[in-house]
Write a protein that binds this ligand. Structure first.
Ligand code: FNR
Ligand code: 8K6
Length: 347
């Protein structure tokens, strides 16, 4: 079967992907007690090297970034060495892999680290850590200017660590209600300094992180995920669109490796985005390489790319169920249907 989806795509002058299918970042909570990738994770990623690009599960940049059990890190030498085994195995199988850099902000829980929960403002979320009902979320501390500068520096350091660990680049996790996204939405950001109140100020943290990572590892290796529509741990606000309009205009001047929408179902329309879907809104406002995602099948992704609605597709749950996703769809073979029960082990 020949289709553009299965042909090579140049992200930029230094990175060429062998096809347009990305494995979406998928948290699996399977790292060891020191948040080091295990041998089972090495094999799990190596089995998926047929993807044009694997994006790693979200990987925390420092201890207070953690909100779920056993999520891997990229801040100790042991973690860097653990990831080196993953990237070596993916490369040995002819694949490429980016690390997704993560700080959960107010979704963190001090059960996992010593210290405070940091966020743009002291606005908590309801509920508790998934599958750990006794760990209810706390009201975070509004980050001080010094906290913000140290967070930015730690994203850059984690990006350097990723390159040291052999990753081909990084995707900054700016989506899904976590730290960077919290700065971008009025529901979580009530700051009165240069990081709040206006679209320009609310975009500043995201842009500072992007620029610090670009300075550390170069623009060709730097990508970003954004969720312009608030949908996860966050409420929608019609003022948010102006923030993303501003942010995307700024990102258009930066030549990122790609921009990736964060959404579970890209047919969902957002009132706060004038009734557009995530990919429609990003395509209309962002001029660089765009990755679509969210409940796509091979067929619907093929149509979307032929219709120029985005350039690359990220596939999540089907990749959990089918390590050989790319072979199966290229050969027209049936896919194993994803089930949440599959999250219990790494196949
Ligand atoms: C996710 N998703 C996700 N997103 C992200 O940016 N970082 C992450 O670590 C995770 N983790 C994660 C775990 C699990 C179990 C699921 C199901 C999803 C979201 C994921 O990248 C993707 O956007 C969605 O799964 C939608 O794509 P599919 O699954 O419909 O192809
Ligand atoms: C987004 C990161 C979540 C990390 C937790 C991993 C385990 C949760 C598995 C549940 C998968 C179901 C996906 C549906 C979530 C809907 C969110 C809007």
């Amino acid at each position: 079967m020949t289709t553009e989806l299965l042909l090579p795509f140049k992200l930029n002058s230094t990175i060429e992907l062998k096809n347009r299918i990305l494995m979406a970042p998928l948290t699996r909570c399977m790292a060891d007690e020191n948040l080091v990738p295990t041998q089972a994770m090495v094999e799990y990623y190596a089995r998926r090297a047929e993807a044009g690009l694997i994006i790693s599960e979200a990987t925390i940049i420092r201890p207070d970034a953690q909100g779920y059990p056993n999520t891997p890190g990229l801040f100790t030498s042991e973690q860097i060495q653990g990831w080196q085994k993953v990237t070596d195995a993916v490369h040995a199988n002819g694949g490429k892999i980016f690390a997704q850099l993560w700080h959960v902000g107010r979704v963190a829980h001090p059960h996992f680290f010593d210290g405070e929960v940091l966020a743009p403002s002291a606005i908590g979320i309801e509920g508790s850590v998934p599958r750990m009902r006794e760990l209810t979320y706390q009201t975070p501390k509004a980050a001080t200017s010094e906290d913000i500068q140290s967070l930015i520096a730690d994203y850059a350091k984690a990006a350097e660590n990723a390159v040291e660990a052999g990753f081909d680049g990084v995707e900054i996790h700016g989506a899904n209600g976590y730290l960077i996204d919290q700065f971008l939405h009025y529901a979580a950001n009530e700051r009165e300094d240069e990081y709040g109140q206006t679209p320009e100020n609310m975009s500043r943290f995201a842009l500072d992180v992007v620029d610090a990572v670009i300075s550390a590892i170069g623009t060709d290796k730097t990508a970003l995920r954004l969720s312009p529509g608030a949908y996860f741990n966050m409420s929608e606000d019609n003022r948010d669109k102006a923030v993303f309009d501003y942010l995307l205009a700024q990102l258009n001047t930066r030549q990122l490796a790609y921009l990736h929408g964060g959404i579970f179902d890209d047919s969902m329309r957002f009132a706060s985005l004038e009734d557009m879907t995530t990919s429609e809104y990003l395509r209309a406002n962002y001029s660089g390489t765009l990755v679509g995602v969210g409940s796509y099948s091979f067929e619907s992704a093929k149509d979307a790319i032929e219709e120029n609605r985005f350039d690359l597709i990220a596939i999540g749950r089907p990749f959990i169920a089918n390590p050989d996703y790319v072979s199966r769809i290229s050969q027209g073979k049936e896919l194993v249907v994803y089930d949440d029960a599959m999250l219990a082990e790494l196949i």
